[in-house]
Ligand binder design. Structure first.
Ligand SMILES: Cc1cc2nc3c(=O)[nH]c(=O)nc-3n(C[C@H](O)[C@H](O)[C@H](O)COP(=O)(O)OP(=O)(O)OC[C@H]3O[C@@H](n4cnc5c(N)ncnc54)[C@H](O)[C@@H]3O)c2cc1C
Length: 362
């Protein structure tokens, strides 16, 4: 058996590490010169849409022997709509770094590899690789690569505008903004890396051409709003924009001996766009199948379900006006509502659905 993994990102590396733990090694091809996501940013890993995982760091460590050190754990999440602000406290999740940061999650996973070789600077073509190897794991992070092989159902392409910013932040507090004036049917968020640095982002679906063209205007309005909400001048260090970032899912997790993992599988839950947990899990599951320890398609079923449930929730929330978003935010002041959202033994997706149902069905 000869296994190739195309892409040394979260999914590909988790797959390689799991293979190693079961006595197999893979050849990993990475088009970049070193490990690291294209964007040097902070991301949030939250169990929010993957029940019953309530602590992802503990879960990956205890269940799969994959050890991740986050930058901080989030105890408080602020929700800001046009005219309202509220917060929810509890085990919200973890902030971790991506990209070239020394402590990025992909670098942490790569450091745990013992035998697998990563061939850097090596843009692998699926056609060529699949001729040479018995098993291929497609982990390029790019659904367009999946589309070359099979149908990939796109929920929506999205636009990101973001920056690394300087300011005065509380490390374990995250801010989110829901306001169609600068993130139509999307959101803005701030994830602190430290007391003085954070990732600030807006992300929204590309439903209208105007929204793509007005990216700069939305971004400027958002930075102004974020400075106002946080009561400080947010200073931009390094900006980035991304367009046509696809959120969707593949039709078949496995075709023959080709496994689709991470974004190539459809790891991003469409409601808030979180893909890290699903990427790592799909990488692990593919490895388990290759080692004869499970069936990839069966293992992926809960991920497809999380995706579908999350898409239903998103479609509902997309219908809310700024006024309705204000009402939802105001409802978070209610202690019962807060409890539902952060209840440890219930799927937060379910909790959120309960909270949002009356607003969505209006
Ligand atoms: C701006 C932004 C913010 C995000 N924020 C969050 C968040 O807060 N929380 C969250 O959970 N998710 C977030 N996500 C989503 C998350 O980053 C992705 O779901 C996750 O990184 C996907 O992992 P992956 O392994 O599939 O792909 P990646 O991590 O992108 O890795 C793919 C790797 O494959 C390599 N590659 C590509 N093509 C080839 C080729 N032909 N040959 C060799 N190598 C190749 C790439 O260089 C890369 O190293 C965010 C995404 C973006 C863009």
């Amino acid at each position: 058996m000869k296994t190739a993994i195309i892409g040394a990102g979260l999914a590909g590396l988790s797959c390689a590490l799991t293979l190693e733990k079961h006595g197999h090694t893979a050849d990993i091809f990475e088009q970049r010169k070193e490990i690291g996501f294209r964007y040097d940013i902070a991301e949030l890993m939250t169990p929010i849409l993957h029940a019953p995982i309530d602590d992802s760091v503990k879960f990956f460590s205890e269940t799969y022997d994959i050890h991740l050190k986050p930058t901080s754990n989030v105890q408080k999440i602020f929700v800001h709509s046009e005219n309202e602000s509220a917060y929810v406290e509890g085990n919200i999740g973890f902030i971790n770094m991506r990209g070239q940061y020394r402590e990025s999650y992909e670098k942490q996973i790569a450091q745990q590899l013992v035998h697998s070789k990563i061939q850097y600077d090596s843009h692998a073509s699926y056609e060529a690789i699949s001729k040479e190897y018995t098993h291929v794991v497609l982990a390029t992070g790019d659904p367009q690569d999946t589309q070359q092989i099979q149908p990939y159902d796109i929920a929506f392409p999205s636009t990101f505008a973001g920056a690394i910013v300087k300011g005065d932040f509380v490390r374990n507090e995250v801010h989110t903004w829901f306001n169609s004036q600068f993130a139509p049917k999307g959101m803005g968020y701030l994830l602190p890396h430290s007391k003085t640095q954070a990732t600030l982002v807006i992300v929204y679906p590309q439903y209208e051409d105007d929204w793509i063209q007005n990216r700069k205007g939305f971004w400027e309005a958002f930075v102004k709003q974020a400075s106002h909400t946080l009561n400080q001048e947010v200073v931009i260090e390094k900006e980035f924009t991304i367009t046509d970032y696809m959120v969707g899912k593949c039709r078949y997790p496995r075709i023959g001996n080709t496994f689709f993992v991470g974004n190539c599988f459809g790891a991003i839950t469409p409601f808030l766009g979180f893909g890290q947990t699903g990427s790592i899990l799909s990488g692990i599951y593919a490895a388990q199948d290759i080692c004869g320890l499970g069936d990839y398609e069966a293992l992926c079923k809960p991920l497809f379900k999380d995706y579908d449930d999350s898409l239903v929730l998103r479609r509902g929330v997309e219908k809310l006006s700024n006024h309705q978003l204000d009402l939802v935010t105001r409802s978070l002041h209610n202690s019962m509502v807060k409890k539902v959202v952060t209840q440890p033994n219930m799927s937060v997706l379910k909790g959120l659905s309960h909270v949002l149902k009356p607003f969505i069905s209006k």
